[in-house]
Design a protein around this ligand. Structure first.
Ligand code: PEP
Ligand code: MN
Length: 358
């Protein structure tokens, strides 16, 4: 694991500046719908990567499953008329071949495909020798290694322009979102792959335009490199994901209210204040580690006594007392119960290990 979270200032293979703008409808529906949407977007933005699904993975049959291959030509028309790069989802080798032949600029692998290593491998095989950027959405289930696995399969096939899309995870309880953002998993992916641009698909996370501003700002605060926002000229009549798409004008308003942040600042006062605070944190961290080591040494000593006197290592009542006391002191100092409880559970587990091995 790489310890550093990078702040990619630019990505040489993606045109335009961070933050990258992946805008466009959930699905391509007709040449007019694509054209009117692209024209509305072009009115406000110039450097867009225009998205539209051609083959749509729908949960139930007998719903709109995409226009299929003929939509690729419509996308190329958008590219030629508006100067946008165009991108669509591929779910199998035939999709890849059709997109490469048509000249689609960027491909993405959807969440329902990332879960299946067979499908990802078939796509990777079809991509061998191609020089096309591919973005990988996180899998539906909260499993970062499956996400990384898909990236590794592409890299092994020689794809060197790889991006990632955080689109939220399907948990037992996703409320109030359509898909839970589980930000910690996105941060884990970013930490493991600092060189891969990571954008946030706020539409599929929220499922609802009202929640987009808050989620989009959170993505920027976590140093993500761009946003995917489903945009439709007439959202309420969209053939898929009607409830979550925004109009080009709503998109403009939303974008203007976001603050895109950089991981660094040239402001000298900010830099020196940050340095002072960071050195305080570094000193505290040293003390924390030292105290943990002292605590574990005492645990080992206790372990030896317990062994000699044939007493069990786990003593539930004592453990409960320790946890209750820590939670109570934590609360008095504004530290939340889940936070203290998570830390103490980890300490207790290590302590049991030490006593077992002492
Ligand atoms: C989409 O982008 O329209 C889509 C189907 O997304 P996901 O794979 O994230 O569900
Ligand atoms: Mn969609």
């Amino acid at each position: 694991m790489t310890a550093r979270v990078s702040n990619l200032q630019e990505v040489s293979w993606l045109s335009g500046q961070r933050p990258f703008q992946f805008f466009g409808p959930c699905s391509a529906e007709s040449p007019e719908q694509l054209r009117n949407t692209a024209s509305g977007i072009k009115h406000h933005f110039s450097d867009v990567i225009f998205r539209a699904g051609i083959w749509k993975p729908r949960t139930r049959p007998n719903t709109f499953e995409g226009v299929g291959e003929e939509g690729l030509k419509w996308l190329i028309d958008i590219k030629n008329e508006f100067g946008f790069k165009v991108t669509t989802e591929v779910a199998n080798a035939a999709h890849v071949e059709a997109c490469l032949k048509a000249g689609i600029d960027i491909l993405w692998i959807g969440a329902r495909t990332t879960v299946n290593p067979f499908s990802v491998q078939a796509i990777a095989d079809a991509l061998e020798g191609a020089d096309v950027p591919v973005f990988v959405k996180n899998p539906l289930n909260p499993d970062v290694s499956l996400w990384s696995g898909a990236v590794e399969r592409l890299a092994k096939a020689g794809i060197d322009k790889i991006g990632a899309i955080h689109r939220g995870f399907h948990l037992a309880d996703n409320k109030p979102y359509r898909n839970a953002p589980s930000w910690d998993l996105a941060v884990q992916f970013k930490t493991d792959h600092p060189e891969i641009p990571l954008i946030c698909d706020v539409s599929h996370i929220t499922g609802n335009p009202e929640l987009i501003p808050h989620v989009a700002q959170r993505a920027f605060d976590l140093d993500m490199d761009g946003l995917m926002i489903e945009t439709h000229i007439d959202p309420k009549n969209a053939l898929s994901d009607a409830q979550q798409q925004v109009t080009p004008n709503q998109l403009k308003n939303l974008w203007d209210n976001l603050v895109f942040k950089s991981a660094e600042s040239k402001n000298k006062e900010f830099q020196s204040q940050l340095e002072i605070l960071r050195s305080k944190i570094d000193r505290i961290d040293e003390s924390i580690v030292e105290l943990l080591a002292q605590r574990m040494n005492i645990s080992e000593e206790i372990g030896l006594y317990k062994k000699k006197n044939q007493v069990t290592i786990l003593q539930l009542q004592r453990w409960q007392e320790i946890l209750d006391r820590a939670i109570k002191s934590g609360k008095a100092l504004d530290l939340s119960e889940p936070f203290i409880s998570a830390i103490y559970n980890t300490i207790h587990e290590e302590s049991i290990d030490r006593q077992t091995n002492s």
